[in-house]
Ligand binder design. Structure first.
Ligand code: ZN
Length: 209
């Protein structure tokens, strides 16, 4: 009997990890907090449209923060291949949705990720997965950009990595009066992209195409 319960727990724990889910007790806490928050702004939790909102919002937050519960090595290990390639590989216009850690509002944009292989390449879809792992957390754009670049540097040991992120921040757009259309651009250049002006300008001209 005890044996059975232990193995059930193991399965549950494994499922939680594999699907990046939060524990039920944490989801309950989040839903409760959302309920408090809605009441604090004067809302009526019994109103029909809000009845399930704390639970739905908790699930949404779970999804938007799943990057905390993902293991990067697990995601990319089976997608690294040996290669003789030594030219710039650029993955452009990767859609990006993240949450600003200062206001808990979304920022939305694109990431452009380039690297110069040094014996190893990675499947293209995995580059987008790396972006998601770091975007699905509470972030500031500068750190997000650096984290994507440094993790590629660590996993692939390429000659260089360049990451550019351009995004619109709803905390500026919804609250501000002037900066409705401004796009924030951040970049992180490592290795050859940082040290060699020609490589850098080739990357910048590829971005413009
Ligand atoms: Zn903000």
């Amino acid at each position: 009997m005890i044996q059975q319960r232990n193995s059930d727990l193991d399965i549950e724990e494994r499922l939680t990890r594999e699907t990046n889910r939060l524990a039920e007790k944490d989801l309950d806490r989040i839903a409760k907090a959302y309920g408090d928050l809605l009441q604090s702004v004067g809302e009526d939790l019994d109103r029909e449209g809000l009845r399930r909102t704390p639970d739905r919002a908790a699930r949404a937050l779970e999804f938007l923060t799943q990057g905390y519960r993902q293991d990067l090595d697990e995601i990319i290990n089976d997608a690294i291949f040996e290669s003789e390639a030594s030219e710039i590989i650029l993955v452009k216009d990767i859609e990006l949705y993240s949450m600003c850690e200062h206001h808990l509002l979304p920022f939305i944009g694109r990431a452009h990720v380039a690297y110069i292989p040094n014996g190893k390449v990675i499947g293209l879809s995995k580059v987008a997965r790396i972006v998601d792992v770091f975007a699905r957390r509470l972030q500031i754009q500068e750190n997000l950009t650096t984290q994507i670049a440094e993790s590629l540097m660590r996993c692939l040991e390429p000659s260089g990595v360049a990451v550019v992120v351009e995004a619109k921040h709803l905390c500026m757009m919804m609250r501000g009066v002037e900066k409705q259309n401004s796009v924030m651009k951040t970049s992180c250049l490592l290795g050859t992209f940082k040290d060699d002006a020609r490589t850098r300008s080739e990357f910048l001209s590829l971005l413009k195409d």
